[in-house]
Design a protein around this ligand. Sequence first.
Ligand SMILES: [Zn+2]
Length: 182
Amino acid sequence: MAFEANRNVNVYELARRGDELGGELQTTDLSRLPSEVRASAASVRYRLCAAIDERGRPAATVTLAGNLPLICDLCGDAIAWPLQVTRHYFFVASEVALHALPIDVAEEEGLLGSEEFDLTSLIEDDIILALPVAPRHPSCQAERDAGPSIARPSLADNRVRHKSSFAALATWSVGRNKTHKN
Ligand SMILES: [Zn+2]
């Protein structure tokens, strides 16, 4: 399957035809993702199903799936975090119409439609919104949940702390090489 760094689509045409499209993006091509997600290539599969919705609006459902490389908040090791996103959108024709939309908690979100809609950018937004604040291995979380009632030898604690600071350092240097912020 071809990897596409940028994909623009005509959302009106797709909705009118009730069309579907899909493909795969590489995290390394998505510059707004956090550095750990972009440090190694991971693919995100996407699917867009367009239709005219029951209110007569051009609309689309976007689904994303993939395993993203994150760093476990508790042990500092890599974690292949399962991305699973389904979002519903409808499209309006102008900025004015977009700002006139009532703010509600509906499942669908209004977007400014276009004949050259930047699908890649939308997918990137959806990935960023889905990323966990504190990614954790299920086993690390279970250990944490077991709580402080279990007395742990301090040596083991130190080892964990060391391991995690080395991993943090590795992430830091990867990020630093990419961004050059000094
Ligand atoms: Zn962990």
